[in-house]
Ligand binder design. Structure first.
Ligand code: SF4
Ligand code: SF4
Length: 384
């Protein structure tokens, strides 16, 4: 795609990078076919190609208007378009730059957005809020009910190994038992784990909303907390956090950030070398690969092989490449589109009568649990 961006903008690293990414696009439109928002809304501006045009115009004119703000805001950042693109357009990085400009020029006054960036990443605020929410669930707004559905399972990772388990912010408060179970699975196989107390939110929530400065501050804190040379692996059980941690080298550009990012693995990468048995007395499983796992981390087939080796039958699921609508804070900020995507995903997952649904990210797990009709587990909970 031809661009004519001013020299001043091109002199900035973000401007130069955006220009490079936009120029790689040959506007073929293949990406529209796999874009969930294009499928739901049917508007060119709600597909990747249209959004790339909007960002190009924004960079060329230096003007941020309602149109660009609206259509970039509706993007899930699922990166299905990256997986599809034959020209290797790095759309995720481009939309990050585009949203940073929108955020800078037009800081949002939305209360929900402020809640997402100011409260959710902060353990001292979010965890007490979830606890209070469980007692007063009947008063909670419908969009929050799914987070306070289950009573807490008191589970902690209590070890001193070299393999660090990331706790995340939402998963730590809502399903802490997932990490505790992984620690047990690994301990039985001779791998000692621990947690790092001052781990912060990965930064993914502010990053998706264009608050890059805030995301970088959280990333720097995390890099500092994991620099310890006794850390051999940093393991993520929430693929949405894992994809952000793995990207710290690019985000911060420092030697330390690159070194820490190189140690980050998804739990599936760590467990692939071991064998497991079935933990649940069910056989038919519908597997929902989160976008952050299949598109962000390009880990397709790994969890599937582990579950099949353990003795589960994975039922076919149509359109597995499509987002369920959770997408970090998206379900809170764009509830209409998120609900439609969930409805479609629930229908696709349920079509072949699974006994349970398995996924790999806390956001997908809580989002799909509403209306699925069968239990939705983290896939690790299926292993013994
Ligand atoms: S598939 Fe790639 S090259 Fe084609 S329009 Fe989409 S982003 Fe551009
Ligand atoms: S990231 Fe997802 S929602 Fe956004 S343009 Fe790409 S495919 Fe569409």
């Amino acid at each position: 795609m031809k661009t004519s961006i001013s020299k001043g903008v091109l002199a900035t690293s973000a401007g130069a990078r955006a220009n490079e990414i936009i120029r790689a696009c040959v506007h073929c439109g293949f990406c529209n076919a796999t874009c969930p928002t294009y499928q739901v809304l049917g508007n060119e501006l709600d597909g990747p190609r249209g959004r790339i045009y909007l960002m190009k115009e924004m960079l060329e004119s230096g003007h941020v208007d309602d149109v660009v703000e609206t259509h970039l805001g509706r993007c899930l950042t699922c990166r299905a378009c990256e997986t599809t693109c034959p020209s290797g357009v790095q759309y995720g990085e481009l939309v990050e730059i585009g949203r940073e400009i929108v955020h800078y020029e037009r800081p949002s006054r939305s209360l929900m957005r402020r809640f997402v960036t100011a409260v959710v990443p902060r353990r001292d605020l979010f965890e007490p809020l979830i606890t209070i929410g469980r007692f007063f669930r009947f008063l909670a707004p419908s969009r929050f009910k799914r987070l306070v559905k289950k009573p807490p399972v008191h589970a902690a990772v209590d070890g001193d190994g070299e393999v660090v388990l990331l706790q995340g912010c939402v998963q730590r408060a809502v399903t802490p038992e997932v990490n505790a179970h992984l620690a047990r699975l690994l301990a039985k196989r001779g791998v000692a784990t621990r947690v790092v107390d001052d781990e912060s939110c990965c930064g993914g929530l502010p990053l998706h909303l264009g608050d890059v400065a805030d995301a970088k501050a959280l990333a720097r804190k995390n890099v500092a907390s994991m620099k310890d040379e006794r850390v051999s692996r940093v393991v993520s059980t929430a693929s949405g956090c894992g994809v952000t941690w793995k990207d710290y080298g690019r985000l911060l550009g420092s030697v330390d950030a690159r070194a820490v990012a190189a140690k980050v693995v998804d739990a599936a990468e760590l467990l692939a070398e071991f064998e497991f048995e079935r933990r649940l007395d069910v056989r038919k499983v519908a597997w929902h690969p989160p976008c952050s796992l299949q598109h962000g981390q390009a880990l397709t087939g790994v969890v599937e092989r582990i579950l099949e080796q353990a003795g589960y039958e994975l039922v076919p699921v149509a359109d597995a490449h499509l987002c369920c609508g959770s997408a970090g804070s998206y379900a809170l900020l764009q509830p209409g589109i998120a609900d439609e995507l969930r409805k479609r995903k629930v229908a696709a997952l349920g079509r072949n009568d699974p006994e349970v649904v398995a996924t790999a990210n806390i956001g997908c797990q809580t989002h799909l649990a509403d209306g699925m009709g069968v239990p939705v587990h983290h896939w690790l909970e299926l292993l013994e």
